[in-house]
Design a protein around this ligand. Sequence first.
Ligand code: LLP
Length: 393
Amino acid sequence: MLNIGQIPALEKIRTPFYYYDMDLLKATLDALAASASSHGIEVHYAVKANVDERILRMISSCGFGADCVSGNEVLRAAECGFRPDNIVFAGVGKTEEEICNALKVGIFAFNCESLDELAVLNDLAGKMGMKANVSLRINPNIDSHTHKYITTGLYDNKFGIAAHEFDAAAAMFRECPNIVFNGLHFHIGSQIMDVEDVFSLECRRANEIAEYFESAGLSVANIDLGGGLGVDYADPDGSPIAAFDRWFGTIDANIDRKGGRRIHVEPGRSVVAQCGTLFTKVLYVKHGERKTFLITDAGMNDLIRPALYGAYHKVENVSAKFRGDASEKVYDVVGPVCESADVWGEDRVLPETGRGDLLAIRTAGAYGQVMSNRYNLRDYAGTVYSDSAGSGK
Ligand code: LLP
């Protein structure tokens, strides 16, 4: 159930705003920690999903590591309490400045995505008189059965190093004095619902590739399987906490821990998606020729997932819940931005809704606020936390 009881004046806060249920976040982190420790898996939260300072601090205070994909994310993670030696840094296009900064911070490992990058890592670490700890991000050519834009492990994707370069990569570790082989990294996609099939295949492929590198004389001490666990957008109250046990159980049953190999994961969405809600007010109700439109004051600049991926987010009328309205109508719920893609949902059944009603756009904690922008020169949405009232503007 949407935990909004603690904010009596919710309807008075200037909309749109992101609302974070900190109790749900804590419960999610407790479940994650318990499941990870029972399966012997190390967790690095994928910072890209949500970089809110309070959220990062709560996650780091539970002892998790961080997975970053930019120099600024590395710095932000370190500032928000993540131990540097528990930070990993991936990304196909790391700049020299980002690499040097991460070396200075003293991160656990670079997840290196190309042979060119490997040469640059060796060069820069040498210039700084340091050694770079490097895992190879592998492109395992696995279909994660998810949206095209969030599939990352196929040969057509730009990510990772493909099989024909394994020999050359292994040779570089033997020849380059400033890079130290840390292990292998994978991340094959996001919002994966086919948990057992996809992740068991990923593990089997990781085992084979680890064998290959070991036979080339490199000890694979770490395997990082990336993130990707999906969440329930259709029924956020039915499944408020993601299926961590299913995910880690599948990994545990399929991964080869030869020689005490450490196993890592990088969940983002499954940690923060359900604790976030985008609140917005209905500005106008418009009766079109064929449809009735609810026009909200939040738009695709605040939450781009529906426009970019055709993603489903549940929409609820909070004011009607307080009023106890019963009669329902069918609406197209749309934003105010001058783009036809600015739609929250078509043919949504909602209680009869009027101007000024407060709507909740659910499951918005991951890839919501972080992907917002100021298109149409609109203001950024504010931030409100369940444990402290205030508009955050
Ligand atoms: N590790 C790496 C290297 C990644 O690229 C990602 C996400 C993750 C971990 C975390 O994956 P997660 O557990 O969140 O699935 N904006 C899109 C999602 C993009 C995901 C990018 N990479 C969306 O809104 O659906």
